[in-house]
Design a protein around this ligand. Structure first.
Ligand code: FAQ
Length: 311
């Protein structure tokens, strides 16, 4: 019987028909999706923190309103993704607790500090830019609820990326101090952004299976290359430089070649030893504990409503 289920599952993958929550799926497929979608959700909500650091110091009311809207969007993306993970049978509270306990990861990029206002523009431009390259591919992921969540999320990320680019354009056309501030932000964020795509394909334990299951449609290295190819002309248009002496256009392959990523730094960060890992998780732990009364109140209200309806 199981063989028949397995065959149906594989036929759907082959025919590019989405797998839906009530369909049979192999346990390992389900587990892998909970891991990836859960980590993705954690990244969205942890990703609110570096930007929130600048909310009270945004240079104008307009910038502040845009930043506030962007951060709220990230919270919404987190909620979508937690819901998508829940359709696989996990509990939101359980995976959130795993993140707080360091048993589930979130994107390495959010363990770097936002030291000046240019960092906020650079996050919108480069971090959201990298996220879009990764997530556009995920719009065709084989699991229906994940793929559909990605479509809406990508639309909002596109707005984030454009607002980031617009913000850095103002700095690039500003005073020498503003230009220096932007260059400094690019210098600090460039390599960590390239790390967002994960280890090289040869060192990526999940890639082969995730590609076979059509969760991932492109490999880590393919997406990283696409991001570099998209972004170098944007950096040049801003009159800025990329902190990579090995970066060069290779006409023969039609791509930019770039230098080696510091993988030691990457593994340190995902192990929990980056600059801001402790601070980020502590902020979320405190928010979770401080919010206990809200959850209790909501629960009491819901029980009261159910009792009224039952009466
Ligand atoms: N950081 O075998 P692989 C955003 C882990 S965008 C931390 O290659 P996989 C928007 C990986 O989990 C950011 N850990 O794994 C935003 C695995 O560990 P595990 C979020 C990383 O899954 C913008 C191990 O290394 N986007 O939030 C990273 O096939 C601005 C081996 O790696 C997503 O999550 C990393 N960079 O490929 C919000 C996209 N890279 O689980 C606010 C969805 C790898 O065995 C502000 N995820 N690891 O313990 C994916 O596409 C994939 O999961 C990859 C990794 C490509 C990230």
């Amino acid at each position: 019987m199981d063989n028949q289920y397995q065959e149906n599952f594989e036929n759907k993958l082959e025919a590019d028909i989405n797998i839906e929550p009530k369909d049979w799926m192999p346990d390992a497929y389900r587990k892998n999706l909970i891991r990836q979608i859960g980590q993705h959700a954690h990244s969205e909500v942890i990703g609110m923190l570096p930007e929130a650091n600048w909310l009270t110091r945004a240079p104008t009311l307009r910038r502040k309103a845009i930043l506030l809207a962007k951060i709220q969007d990230e919270a919404g993306h987190g909620l979508y993704l937690y819901s998508a993970a829940e359709t696989l049978g996990c509990s939101r509270q359980d995976i959130y607790q795993k993140m707080l306990d360091g048993k589930m990861k979130y994107s390495s990029i959010f363990n770097y500090p936002t030291l000046n206002w240019a960092d906020v523009g650079v996050i919108g431009w480069l971090v959201d830019g990298a996220a879009i390259v990764n997530q556009v591919a995920l719009c065709r992921a084989s699991y229906g609820p994940y793929a559909r969540a990605m479509v809406k999320i990508c639309k909002e990320e596109s707005f984030h990326q454009r607002q980031g680019y617009e913000a850095v354009t103002v700095l690039a056309n500003g005073t020498p101090q503003q230009q220096a501030m932007l260059q400094d932000a690019i210098n600090r964020f460039w390599w960590p952004v390239l790390m967002m795509f994960g280890p090289n394909d040869s060192d990526s334990p999940h890639s082969a299976q995730s590609m076979a299951w059509k969760i991932k449609r492109f490999s880590n290295d393919e997406l990283r290359q696409k991001f570099v190819d998209n972004t170098v002309p944007q950096v040049e248009a801003l009159g800025m430089t990329i902190p990579d002496p090995d970066l060069q256009w290779d006409e023969s392959i039609g791509h930019y070649r770039f230098g080696e990523i510091d993988w030691e730094e990457f593994y340190q960060v995902i192990k929990g030893e980056g600059i801001c890992n402790y601070e980020r998780v502590e902020a979320k732990r405190k928010a979770w504990e401080d919010g206990a009364w809200v959850r209790e109140g909501a629960m009491a209200y819901s029980q009261k409503q159910q009792a009224i309806q039952a009466a």
